[in-house]
Design a protein. Structure first.
Length: 298
């Protein structure tokens, strides 16, 4: 059986690890184009990675697309649309263009329109975890006109692909919303542990956090924290004021805590305590519905 040509626009860390994994699964026709491959500093690294991954570097975007049935764009969100515009000129029917960049649903929808005009199938591919530990088996959620076919073709090589639907933007919406938590949680940990370390209590804080997070499922935590916060936000705003004072005394950054205080103040301003008759609702979705309803009618 003839293997489809697989092309990568951009050959950074993610592309290197994914292609290395694909080769281990028997893929042989893999190509890459990276505008930095001739750069005196970055170029040698790109070329070395290509040799290690058994990937053929092409001299142009046109050559890459002409060599590939399935094209991955793995560059940067800020270049995703402009690269798609350049690529659309060379794309033809039956080709699949998969954008893996962490771009917004709106950008993915704009790229989908370009691919539709070019006659190519589009895949909004959202990488849901860090690539290096998983290589080609990193969880990827996909949507768009080419999502189903992409999942079938690349699933042969052991890729961990979850089909969402045929609408471009759906997969990236999952990525963006998840990033609110993952990136926010990282920033929260950084502020928390910096203060803990300077206070000499980092191990105690880690143990306390571990107990809270490991003793409940995610939904249980949402029910525990959000429902009670809805009616106790005012008290928690005051506590966050003390937290900020503590961080100031430690001469540390308190930007995350300040944002937390602001978010809690929104609940106070919306008067969710009265909305729920000063009784914690049964499920966190009731809090979300109240937030949306009251915010829309302010």
């Amino acid at each position: 059986m003839n293997q489809p040509g697989i092309g990568f626009i951009g050959f950074g860390e993610a592309a290197f690890h994914i292609t290395s994994g694909l080769v281990s699964e028997g893929a042989t026709a893999i190509f890459a184009f990276d505008v930095m491959s001739t750069d005196p500093v970055v170029g040698p690294i790109i070329r070395e990675r290509a040799d290690l991954a058994q990937v053929t570097l092409t001299s142009s975007l046109k050559q890459l697309i002409e060599s590939s049935q399935i094209i991955f764009c793995a560059t940067s969100a800020k270049y995703a649309l402009s690269i798609a515009q350049e690529s659309a000129v060379f794309l033809q029917n039956d080709q699949i263009y998969a954008d893996m960049n962490s771009a917004s649903p709106k950008v993915k929808q704009e790229i989908a329109q370009l691919m539709d005009k070019a006659g190519a199938d589009f895949v909004d591919a959202a990488v849901m975890e860090a690539v290096p530990p998983h290589r080609h088996k990193v969880p990827i959620s996909v949507s768009g006109t080419g999502a189903h076919r992409f999942a079938d073709l690349m699933g042969i090589y052991g890729m961990n692909i979850t089909y969402i639907n045929d609408e471009a933007g759906s997969a990236s919406a999952m990525k963006m919303v998840r990033s609110i938590f993952m990136k926010g949680f990282t920033a929260l940990l950084l502020e928390t542990l910096t203060a803990a370390y300077k206070s000499g209590i980092e191990q105690e804080i880690l143990s306390s956090i571990r107990g809270t997070l490991s003793n409940h499922s995610t939904e249980e935590l949402a029910n525990l924290l959000l429902t009670r916060t809805a009616i106790h936000a005012e008290r928690r705003v005051a506590e966050m004021g003390e937290v900020i004072s503590t961080l100031k005394d430690l001469e540390l950054d308190y930007s995350v805590s300040l944002a937390t205080k602001g978010k809690l103040q929104q609940l106070v301003d919306l008067d969710l305590k009265s909305y729920f008759d000063m009784k914690a609702p049964e499920h966190f979705t009731q809090v979300l519905e109240a937030l949306i309803h009251k915010s829309e009618h302010q």
